[in-house]
Design a protein around this ligand. Structure first.
Ligand code: ADP
Length: 369
């Protein structure tokens, strides 16, 4: 960043006896200097250890109001007899300290400028970062709103199409020839698929806004529900499903149920010609649990392994296997809301392993898991 392109404002919170005038003169060449003795809206504050306690409260309020933008305070240390004031520990996020740099008096001019400039660059970078984050949040919000509004508003005309198709079917069935019946069946099928896609999009757009708070959740109970919901499909295809002992994770039970329901339903749906075999297991990895759903189905080409997590991306035709292409996109979004990750390891014809990394529940929860 070019610091000369706009001048930064430095405020001197130093008493008369602390060489305020001399320091002001030194800094004036490079910065806009404010010498008013109350905290205002500067880019950087300079205090000395004699006056620091007088401004402590006001500076702390100012820095807090600026959160999360880094708002630097530089302390000029003139005396060793004063209480020790230390610099913030970058790893300690809970107790941020006010002072960002300490310069020992007597001051070396070049060194002082270098240190002030470093802080000002950091401040401007964190401001930029905050601006980008809020722009991103805004565009995410509008996208979510768009997806929600579009899918919600599409439901109504679709309902109309479906009900008139039904009316035609009921009232004119006798009068339709074979072609007519076939065309009508296609139209009904199209309307049904569109409804599934719209429902999926609606669900997708509401993951962040309509979720429950994350709390310690027992994945064994979640999987039990999933298996109960999938019972018919499991029986139909005579699938063999085994589930290891699973941990507790920090999560939204309902969304986790949706997540594993999609993964297990896919593992059954995309099985080869053989009887589907699916295994669910968990393994601890640092501060996460890795929960895997492993199948011995048709597998996925490495080239396609990223795009299957996007909305409406399918590798199979409708004729081969039905689906909307939203399931894995929904999974990815749910996992993201849980601060986790999802990926697949697979080779064509070698089966697939979908792995979800989820944060550990509270320490006590993980011990008894
Ligand atoms: P859908 O199943 O409705 O098509 P998904 O988003 O759940 O949508 O999956 C996207 C695509 O990823 C599927 O169409 C399929 O081609 C592929 N896929 C998903 N799960 C598996 C799996 N377990 N084995 C092989 N392919 C899979």
């Amino acid at each position: 960043m070019d610091l000369d392109s706009h001048r930064n404002t430095l405020q001197l919170l130093i008493g008369e006896d602390g060489n305020r005038a001399a320091l002001g003169e030194l800094l004036e060449d490079r910065y806009d200097v404010v010498t008013e003795q109350s905290v205002s809206e500067a880019d950087l504050y300079i205090v000395d250890d004699y006056t620091f306690p007088d401004y402590y409260e006001a500076l702390r309020d100012r820095v807090e109001a600026d959160d999360p933008v880094f708002c630097p305070v530089v302390l000029i240390r003139r005396s060793d007899h004063r209480p020790h004031i230390s610099l913030p520990d970058p790893d300690d996020h809970d107790t941020p300290m006010l002072v960002d740099d300490i310069v020992e008096a007597p001051i070396e001019r070049a060194l002082l400028f270098r240190r002030l400039n470093t802080l000002l660059v950091r401040r401007s970078q964190s401001k930029d970062l905050r601006r980008y984050v809020s722009q991103l949040e805004e565009s995410n919000r509008s996208l979510e709103q768009f997806a929600y509004a579009a899918s919600h508003d599409l439901q109504e005309p679709l309902r109309m199409v479906s009900s008139y198709l039904q009316l035609i079917e009921q009232r004119y069935e006798e009068e339709l020839d074979d072609d007519g019946e076939e065309f009508l069946a296609y139209a009904v099928d199209g309307a049904d698929r569109m409804r599934d896609m719209i429902d999926g999009l609606l669900e997708y757009s509401r993951v962040d806004t309509a979720g429950d708070p994350l709390e310690p959740t027992d994945l064994n109970a979640v999987l039990e529900d999933v298996l109960a919901d999938l019972q018919v499909r499991v029986d139909e295809q005579d699938a063999r499903i085994s589930v290891d002992e699973l941990p507790r994770v920090e999560g939204d039970a309902d969304q986790l149920r949706q997540l594993f329901q999609n993964l297990l339903a896919n593992a059954i749906k995309y099985s080869g010609d053989d009887r589907p075999r699916v295994h669910v297991s968990a393994e601890r990895d640092g501060t996460s649990w890795l929960v895997s759903v492993d199948d011995d189905g048709v597998g996925i080409d490495p080239e396609d392994q990223d795009r299957i997590f996007d909305v409406f991306q399918r590798l199979h035709s409708r004729e081969e296997r039905s689906g909307t292409g939203i399931g894995l996109a929904l999974c990815k979004r749910i996992v993201k809301r849980h601060d986790g990750r999802i990926w697949v390891d697979s080779e064509p014809d070698e089966g697939s392993t979908f792995t979800v990394a989820l944060p550990l529940a509270d320490a006590s929860g993980t011990e008894d898991a």
